[in-house]
Design a protein around this ligand. Structure first.
Ligand SMILES: NC(=O)c1ccc[n+]([C@@H]2O[C@H](COP(=O)([O-])OP(=O)(O)OC[C@H]3O[C@@H](n4cnc5c(N)ncnc54)[C@H](OP(=O)(O)O)[C@@H]3O)[C@@H](O)[C@H]2O)c1
Length: 297
């Protein structure tokens, strides 16, 4: 197959591309950076570089400015929105002019869709939240759904927090443990729905390959955890001399709205649609996922 991947240089994108190449697929990556193309990967900086008769079997749309890197000023919030929606509008424009439309589109979204919901169990049928990140996910999904047509199925991927060796949240969360200081963000009662990077990529391939599947998919392990337990378990794998709890009020003071929506929010999400479709997780349990993901890359 030939894939177009936006955000193919990122944490999830790189792993997806590596996997696709192993499976002998070819890739076009849309990137703002300068990269050397090779036999199986072509880098482009603009979707206009793709000819109308180019064969694209599948599109994986991941591009977007990072949500967890800094405080959300008003101008950064605009960047968070526009980096995602504008790329997706360009993908729509591309699909409208391609002589043959791709058969499947995987569009990133996030469990941020649900907002912060305490102990509620959340599935794909649960209602949306009403904070900034929830509205961003809703707008992104609404736009990607416009790509759906009889020839093209759209899968919106509500990623949980992706754990992998090469980057992402776990690398940041475990950094202090490597210096023997355990840290926990907030009081630890908030739920975190996570997925191992290997399973995120396996789920993406599964959705590409299973022709009948479309709609919304929570890309999370079946066993979400409370943040306190996560912290304790990281400490068991990377033993510490002492353990710091960073109070919610301080986290909010430092990181503002980003803290409330990402670091302290509680989302107990289940991957019902994936499970019903017969997907099997390689790292369903937190213990095995952490054992693998905490080995230094
Ligand atoms: N990782 C997670 O735990 C997680 C959880 C939930 C949802 N997601 C979503 O899944 C997607 C992929 O996640 P990721 O962790 O792989 O993200 P990532 O590592 O931050 O990579 C995102 C990619 O988007 C492109 N990008 C960055 N800023 C951009 C901008 N201002 N305009 C256009 N493109 C920009 C970059 O590609 P170039 O520099 O090559 O242009 C980058 O490689 C993201 O949209 C993210 O919000 C991720």
């Amino acid at each position: 197959m030939h894939f177009l991947v936006t955000g193919g240089t990122g944490f999830i994108g790189q792993a997806f591309v590596k996997h696709a190449i192993k499976e002998r697929h070819t890739i076009t990556i849309l990137s703002r950076g300068k990269h050397e193309s090779c036999e199986s990967i072509e880098f482009i900086r603009d979707l206009e570089q793709i000819a109308d008769n180019h064969r694209i079997d599948a599109i994986v749309n991941l591009a977007g400015a990072p949500l967890g890197d800094k405080r959300w000023s008003d101008s950064y919030k605009t960047q968070l929105i526009e980096s995602r929606l504008e790329t997706t509008r360009r993908v729509i424009k591309l699909c409208d002019r391609l002589m043959k439309r791709p058969s499947v589109i995987l569009n990133a979204s996030a469990i941020g869709y649900y907002g912060s919901r305490g102990d509620d169990i959340l599935t794909e049928d649960s209602t949306a939240g009403d904070n900034f990140s929830s509205k961003l996910c809703q707008d992104w999904e609404a736009l990607s759904n416009k790509l759906g047509c009889p020839d093209t199925r759209v899968c919106n991927l509500r990623f949980g927090v992706v754990f992998g060796r090469s980057g992402g949240a776990l690398k940041q969360l475990s950094q202090s443990f490597r210096f023997k200081i355990g840290t926990q963000i907030g009081e630890g009662n908030q739920w975190m729905s996570w997925i191992h990077l290997t399973d995120a990529i396996r789920a993406m391939s599964f959705l590409v390959e299973r022709e009948g599947l479309k709609g919304t998919f929570n890309i999370t392990s079946p066993y979400p955890t409370k943040v306190g337990r996560l912290s304790t378990m990281i400490g068991e794998k990377l033993p510490v001399i002492f353990h710091l709890v960073i109070p919610s009020a301080l986290v909010k003071l430092i990181f503002g709205e980003m803290a409330t929506e990402l670091l302290l929010s509680s989302q107990r999400v289940l991957p019902n649609a994936l499970s019903e479709a017969g997907f099997n997780f390689a790292y369903a349990e937190l213990d095995s996922a952490l054992t693998e993901a905490l080995v230094e890359a």
